[in-house]
Design a protein around this ligand. Structure first.
Ligand code: ADP
Ligand code: GLC
Length: 492
């Protein structure tokens, strides 16, 4: 099957969150399954620099008249065949320093509707033979940035512009909270017929919603965990779109994200001072070494017996960080340490900085983005904190599982689907992998932290649970097979 993956980010070229990890891994998993998968990306500087051998494919007009070029090249992969990539060469739109979505003062760019409409538009042009040598049978768009692709395909199909070929569209919601909402005056720029600006289309309380473009017009909708697929159909978690999602529930399903073994394997991870693998304890010396080296590097007290809680996260409301702040005194009083890596909202950055300044031997806070340090934290950690308010899937708890840094999570979204609570009374089932709490309150979070300390004191039990966690399967083969089923359904 010829499958075009459309996303704004792709690891290792450009990443602000989990979307990039998935966009980088899924095409490789599809290729490994024998599928003909290619990706389409906006030409941000990091992407132009990371796609090799870029050659022109064609020029095309944006709906608002500007002319841009589409280029084609390859992204090198570690050990796998290179990934074929189309890139939209539009320096006027994409060649800006820093974050792909916001300016230096963290304001969304005023022309974001054009910058991301062009992504969906180019995908639909590819389905209409923009590259005479390759047309997708399925266009798979990720998140609001790519969400107009299914809308453009729908109206091209209606207008008979797909030349008889059936092209299926799939839209994946990685996070319903980010919807790509724009003022109504942006609509004429998008090149969609007036019929698209109505309640059963892009119109959302008088505004233009890119997210609705994906949700209304895609042949199939997926989200990144089965629990989140259910949650977003409720008013509490539907971000105003639960009615539409219930209406489309027949074509909506959840496919749990997986972990890219080439990037995230403690045995072979080049960022770690020493690898480790068999969870039974015999070959775990590397983990102890990772911990002591990291404690030293971060200025934490070099205590092997202090449970090290780690957190690698965007610092936003979604991630439940005020629970971590609220529970920090208790965590420290019980002899734990906290090492955080993250960036985001200024007040959270400042609050964590202050806590580190007050107790530098027990709290380390690194503000910024640092891929190698993220790996080292999972390698060194005992517990990975993910107490999210909501979480479509979440990847850091899965990295924590693989690296034997037991996840402590709230029972929500993909966290509920990936972590099994270790009730201290019954560890015999062999399924427990971490600590799960329910209510979004400091008291509940605190109790889960206390349970983590209690298990940590029982070293054989801790090793047993860590063993379950590290062995939990999270391979892309299973997820890719589920996506292929969805593509077949989209092709009808
Ligand atoms: P989200 O996509 O909501 O941010 P995920 O858990 O799905 O949450 O994915 C986050 C990804 O970003 C993970 O790969 C995590 O390791 C990475 N990450 C988050 N913050 C940082 C940071 N400050 N430095 C390095 N990696 C980070
Ligand atoms: C989003 C979600 C996160 C998910 C990631 C990858 O950013 O917030 O939960 O893991 O996408 O699908």
């Amino acid at each position: 099957m010829r499958i075009l993956q459309v996303s704004a980010e792709l690891f290792p070229l450009l990443k602000t969150g989990g979307l990039a990890d998935i966009a980088g891994a899924l095409p490789l998993a599809l290729m490994a399954d024998g599928q003909d998968a290619r990706v389409l990306l906006p030409g941000f500087p990091a992407i132009m620099a990371g796609v090799h051998g870029l050659t022109p494919v064609a020029e095309f007009n944006a709906p608002w008249g500007e002319r841009f070029a589409l280029r084609f090249g390859h992204i090198a992969t570690d050990g796998a065949p290179a990934m074929a990539a189309y890139v939209i060469d539009a320096p006027a739109l994409y060649d800006r320093p820093g974050n792909p979505y916001e300016d230096a003062s963290r304001q969304p760019y005023a022309d974001n509707h054009r910058r991301f409409a062009l992504l969906g538009w180019a995908a639909a042009q590819l389905a209409q033979s923009l590259d005479p040598l390759w047309q997708p049978e399925v266009v798979h768009a990720h998140d609001w940035h790519a969400a107009l692709a299914p809308a453009y395909l729908h109206f091209a199909r209606e207008a008979g512009q797909l030349k008889g070929a059936r092209v299926g569209s799939v839209f994946t919601v990685h996070n319903l909270a980010y919807q790509g909402i724009f003022a109504p005056w942006t609509f004429p720029d998008l090149g969609l017929p007036g019929a698209a600006f109505q309640i059963d289309g892009l119109e959302y309380h008088g505004q233009v919603s890119f997210m609705k473009g994906g949700l209304c017009y895609a042949d199939r909708i997926t989200t990144v965990s089965p629990t989140y697929a259910r949650e977003i159909q409720t008013p509490e978690q539907g971000c105003g779109l639960d009615g539409l999602l219930r209406q489309r529930s027949g074509v909506l399903s959840g496919i749990l994200n997986a972990v890219d073994d080439k990037v995230w394997s403690p045995a072979t991870d080049a960022a770690l001072v020493q690898g480790f693998q068999t969870p039974e304890g015999r070959h775990m010396a590397g983990k102890a070494r990772c911990k002591s080296v990291l404690q030293h590097q971060l200025g934490l007290a070099e205590r092997p017996d202090a449970p090290l809680f780690i957190l690698v996260s965007r610092l936003t409301e979604q991630k439940g960080l005020h629970l971590v702040l609220g529970g920090l005194d208790a965590l420290l009083a019980q002899g734990g340490q906290l090492a955080l890596l993250g960036a985001g909202e200024a007040w959270l950055e400042e609050a964590f900085r202050q806590r580190a300044a007050a107790a530098p031997q027990s709290v380390s806070v690194t503000i910024g983005y640092n891929e190698a340090l993220a790996h080292q934290l999972f390698g060194a950690g005992d517990v990975t904190l993910v107490p999210s308010l909501f979480e479509p899937c979440g990847l850091t708890q899965m990295y924590g599982l693989k690296y034997g840094s037991l996840p402590l999570v709230r029972r929500v979204g993909g966290l509920a689907d990936t972590v099994v609570d270790s009730s201290l009374e019954d560890l015999s089932s062999g399924e427990a992998t971490g600590f799960v709490f329910d209510r979004f309150e400091v008291a509940d979070y605190d109790r889960a932290v206390r349970r983590a300390f209690a298990l940590y004191q029982r070293a054989p039990d801790w090793r047993r649970v860590r063993g379950h966690a590290m062995r939990r399967p999270a391979d892309w083969r299973t997820a890719a097979a589920q996506y292929i089923d969805v593509y077949r359904e989209a092709l009808g």
